[in-house]
Design a binder for this molecule. Structure first.
Ligand SMILES: Cc1cc2nc3c(=O)[nH]c(=O)nc-3n(C[C@H](O)[C@H](O)[C@H](O)COP(=O)(O)O)c2cc1C
Ligand code: SF4
Length: 442
């Protein structure tokens, strides 16, 4: 029996390529139901469902929408975060290739609930097939009168990790580099001016799609699956050393063990699984924690995090010094440089890790990493250095012996790990295609 429960992905996984096809499976009902209620009742429905944002932090969507609705400023915006820059994550791009229509419904519902007259989808320019599908779906839905003409703009942005940070996303929509501003978008939003703060709700692609389903089928239906902490389904991306890599929609709250072994078939080779990373924002999870339910609360309790549900799996042949180095280097190269502690701190941690990895390190390097990790978040504008300060010490503490062996024996592991920045998914081969590693070379 398949453990997958497809509620927002098409049941047969066949892409929905026409609006008629979408309407035939009940598309359009979410917006229609929402418009038949007051905006407050829409927010109440999302609250009853306890929808938690799927962009990483699991923030309750109804609280975000409700607080923006209650802001005095009459100009409000909605922004859809389609940056998907987290290593190990491909769910939004996969989903939109299967069904782009649901997203437009979700965004239209959010605009109605919040009282926004305009919305933006911020998508990376390089996601060409998804950009194409968005333009086609918007045209068809506008022509059919399902969504208002001109309500939703499509903003194509740069291939930067910070384009996905919500303050960076808003900066990019405003025509600047995605360098996170100081003030969050729910206070200072798109196109703000001193007299008009324009509060903006930034939500992930999947969050809007889940909201559309909730409005179509009701909060009780949504809560039929999932856990108390995180109702509904989650779209997981699993890459790395498992037999069946891929993208899977499962009820929140299934265990990591179920995902790794029953769904993904366990390790690909002869080595057991050693470590699992949920993107690069949380601590490492090791096998003794594989019984943890995959919801926001449970994963946080074990020092991991659900994040955007993109799991990178390594077996015993992988070197954790190298993994720490690759992740730290990615964060250091992604830092925009506005805040010195972040920019210098992530770069210095990377240098110390590089020394250790090359067999030239000492205990002083380990001490320095912990020291810098404790300071690199001082007076910084965004969460990126916090990710570094959580992730890297967690890897070192968990695999301290491995780091010490590297220092003592001055040896290197021959297996070269790649940074799993996913560019595409070959569904027939069930294999991910990764970005050019040269972009994050050391
Ligand atoms: C460095 C960084 C990168 C991020 N990248 C993404 C991203 O690619 N997509 C996304 O939805 N959220 C990303 N986030 C989280 C967003 O800032 C924001 O919390 C999210 O879009 C809110 O949506 P939600 O409430 O639906 O979860 C990132 C955060 C940080 C700090
Ligand atoms: S914390 Fe780092 S990435 Fe974030 S704005 Fe400051 S320098 Fe840029």
């Amino acid at each position: 029996m398949s453990l997958e429960v497809r509620r927002i992905l098409p049941e047969d996984l066949k892409p929905i390529t026409t609006l008629q096809g979408y309407l035939a499976i009940g598309g359009g009902k979410g917006v229609a139901n929402a418009k038949s209620m007051s905006p407050e009742a829409v927010i109440e429905t999302i609250k009853k469902a306890n929808l938690r944002g799927r962009g990483g932090a699991g923030f309750p969507t109804a609280i975000k929408w409700g607080s923006i609705r209650n802001e005095a400023c009459p100009v409000k915006y909605v922004a859809c975060n389609f940056s998907e820059g987290e290593p190990g994550t491909y769910k939004d791009r996969y989903f939109i290739l299967k069904n782009p229509y649901q997203l437009f419904e979700g965004i239209t519902i959010a605009c109605y609930a919040i009282g926004a007259k305009e919305a933006y989808i911020g998508i990376k320019r390089k996601y060409k097939p998804q950009v194409k599908r968005l333009f086609e779906a918007r045209k068809a839905m506008e022509e059919a009168g399902i969504i208002p003409k001109g309500l939703i703009k499509i903003h194509q942005g740069p291939d930067e990790y910070l384009f996905g940070e919500e303050k960076g996303l808003i900066e990019s929509i405003d025509g600047r580099y995605p360098m996170p501003r100081n003030i969050p978008p729910y206070i200072q939003g798109i196109n703000f001016s001193p007299g008009s703060p324009n509060p903006t709700s930034v939500n992930n692609v999947e969050s809007f799609c889940q909201a559309a389903q909730i409005m179509a089928k009701g909060p009780e239906w949504f809560r039929q699956v999932g856990s108390e902490d995180t109702p509904g389904t989650v779209i997981f991306t699993v890459s790395g050393d498992v037999k069946n890599q891929g993208i899977y929609e499962l009820p929140a709250g299934v265990t990591l063990k179920t995902l790794l072994y029953d769904v993904c078939g366990g390790p690909i080779g002869n080595h057991p699984i050693k470590a699992v990373f949920s993107g690069v924002a949380s601590g490492v999870v090791t096998p003794e924690r594989f019984n943890t339910p995959l919801d926001f609360g449970s994963m946080r309790k074990v020092g991991g995090g659900l994040g955007s549900a993109g799991f990178i799996v390594y077996d015993e042949s992988a070197c954790m010094v190298q993994a720490a180095l690759k992740f730290s280097n990615f964060l250091a190269k992604s830092s925009c440089g506005q805040c010195v502690p972040c920019n210098r701190g992530t770069a210095h941690i990377t240098e110390h890790l590089k020394k250790i990895e090359l067999g030239e390190g000492s205990q002083d390097d380990l001490d320095a990493i912990f020291d810098i990790a404790g300071r690199c978040t001082n007076q910084t504008r965004c969460f990126l250095p916090t990710q570094e300060s959580i992730l890297i010490p967690s890897i070192i503490k968990t695999f301290l012996n491995e780091f010490k062996q590297h220092i003592q024996s001055k040896s290197r592991n021959e297996r070269d790990l790649i940074l799993p920045k996913i560019a595409d998914f070959d569904e027939s081969k069930r294999a991910f295609i990764y970005d050019d590693p040269a972009k994050f070379s050391l």
